[in-house]
Structure formats: structure tokens, C-alpha cells
Ligand binder design. Structure first.
Ligand code: GRG
Ligand code: 1GP
Ligand code: MG
Length: 225
């Protein structure tokens, strides 16, 4: 059994972005604990299949993070399924989920629910889900406490996708958590940032960096365990 709770570093690959087999091999070899297949925009069965195919011969843990209701793959170790807390659009908290469950036979052993707090207003995920990003640290922390104590979400995910977040917000959230594992993602591109967010988050997620020139070398610097 893979213990996802022990992961410290996850690399998020976007099925919508091209990547070479050589880069995939280097990422798998980097020391990252798991690969997540995820994105908000233009995620299709075809582009997920082609990325999953590139990963199929590697035994690194693989997670599919579905962002729409039309796909499901069996050849991953986990399905991390997001719900967005800081939106008034219930569809993104519990709506898409109902459709997904109606459409597919779900292997619940693989499912790990994630409570997202989306904080970069410019990100695709914030725009799509109409996230209320203009919130105080104490409001973000209260969302996290609800996710943990009220809903028992295994993961609270502080999402600054595309930009580096405020460590004070992540700290405030961490201090209010009891059982949920804290994920942080957004703008990690150096050892310094990785260390700073790893003080509060159990697991840091690196995405965009691997698509930048020289990014895979830099990815290695962000693996601080
Ligand atoms: C229940 C099911 C199966 C689907 C709904 C799941 C939800 C709530 C989706 C809403 C969007 C979301 C939280 C997606 C998670 C993945 C994520 C945040 C990817 C990063 O997205 P961006 O970096 O903003 O977008 P792009 O990289 O696509 O531009
Ligand atoms: O792409 P970046 O900014 O590294 O963010 C990582 C991840 O949290 C995106 O969902
Ligand atoms: Mg992205």
C-alpha cells in the first residue's frame, strides 16, 4: 500500500501542455514523491490518455486529479478529487461530484477528497470556480477548520496556482488543522520557497516550473525532505 500521507513533494503535470519522454524520465527520476495529472483548462480524455501513456512504465505513484466530469482512468494509484471551499457556486463543492458518481463506477479505495482554498484571483481555477480570493488569513483558516473538523477532508489544499503565496496565510491555516494533511501549491521555483512553504505544509506541489527552460534542474532544488 502506498502511503500518500508521507509524501513531501508532488509534481503536477498538465495534460494540456506538451512534454517530451526525456523530460518525463527526468521528472520521475528527480526524487519527487508522486506525479499528479491535473489542470483546469482543456483537459480531455485524449490528452490525459497520452500523458498517462507516457507514465505507464514507471512505478512512481500516480494521481489523477479530475477537474471535470467526463473522465476516469483505472491506471493510476489514486484519484484526488477537489472540492472548492471558498466559492458560493455549490457546483464546485458538490455538484460536479454528483454527476461524476452517477456517470462512473468509482473505485472508492482510490479516492482521496481534497478541500481547495483558491487564492490567486488570476488563476484559471479561481476564474472557473468563481473563488472568493479576497479573504483574510483568519477566514482562510476558518474554511480549513471546517474542512478538517466538520467534513473530515483528508487534504486541505492551499492553491495559489501560478503565483507564490503568502506564508502567513499558510501558517494560519496550519495552526488550525487537526487531522487534515496540508498541501500547498503555487509559484514554487526555488529551494528557498520550497523550504519556506514546507515549514507549514506537509506536502508542496510544483507545477509550472517543469515547463520552463531549465525547470527540471530547478525542480530538483525544490525537493527538500
Ligand atoms: C468531481 C469532479 C470529478 C470534478 C470537479 C472538481 C473541481 C471542483 C474542479 C474545479 C477546478 C479545480 C479545483 C481543479 C483542480 C486542479 C487545479 C487547481 C489545477 C490548476 O489549475 P490552473 O493552474 O489554475 O489552470 P491551468 O493550468 O489549466 O491553466
Ligand atoms: O503551477 P504552480 O504555480 O507551481 O502551482 C502548482 C499547483 O498548485 C497548481 O495546481
Ligand atoms: Mg496550471
Amino acid at each position: 500500500m502506498i502511503d500518500w500521507r508521507k509524501w513531501r513533494h508532488v509534481t503536477k503535470l498538465d495534460p494540456d501542455k506538451p512534454i517530451t519522454p526525456k523530460d518525463v524520465a527526468a521528472i520521475v527520476d528527480s526524487g519527487t514523491d508522486a506525479i499528479m495529472l491535473s489542470g483546469t483548462q482543456n483537459i480531455t480524455r485524449e490528452n490525459v490518455a497520452s500523458l498517462a501513456d507516457m507514465l505507464k512504465d514507471y512505478d512512481i505513484p500516480k494521481v489523477l486529479e479530475p477537474s471535470n466530469t467526463d473522465g476516469l482512468r483505472e491506471d493510476v494509484d489514486f484519484l484526488f478529487v477537489p472540492s472548492v471551499l471558498n466559492t458560493d457556486v455549490a457546483f464546485w463543492f458538490m455538484g460536479a461530484h454528483r454527476i461524476w458518481v452517477q456517470n462512473f463506477r468509482i473505485d472508492w479505495e482510490k479516492v482521496v477528497p481534497e478541500a481547495y482554498i483558491v487564492l490567486n484571483p488570476k488563476s484559471a481555477v479561481a476564474r472557473v470556480t468563481k473563488a472568493k480570493t479576497d479573504i483574510l488569513p483568519k477566514e482562510a483558516a476558518a474554511y480549513a477548520e471546517c474542512a478538517d473538523r466538520f467534513f473530515h477532508f483528508p487534504i486541505v489544499y492551499v492553491e495559489y496556482s501560478g503565483t507564490y503565496g503568502d506564508p502567513e496565510v499558510v501558517k494560519a491555516i496550519r495552526e488550525r488543522l487537526h487531522g487534515s494533511i496540508l498541501y500547498y501549491g503555487g509559484g514554487i521555483n526555488s529551494r528557498e520557497r520550497a523550504l519556506e512553504m514546507s515549514r507549514y505544509a506537509s506536502t508542496i506541489v510544483v507545477g509550472n516550473l517543469v515547463y520552463e527552460p531549465g525547470g527540471i534542474e530547478k525542480l530538483k532544488e525544490t525537493i527538500v525532505k
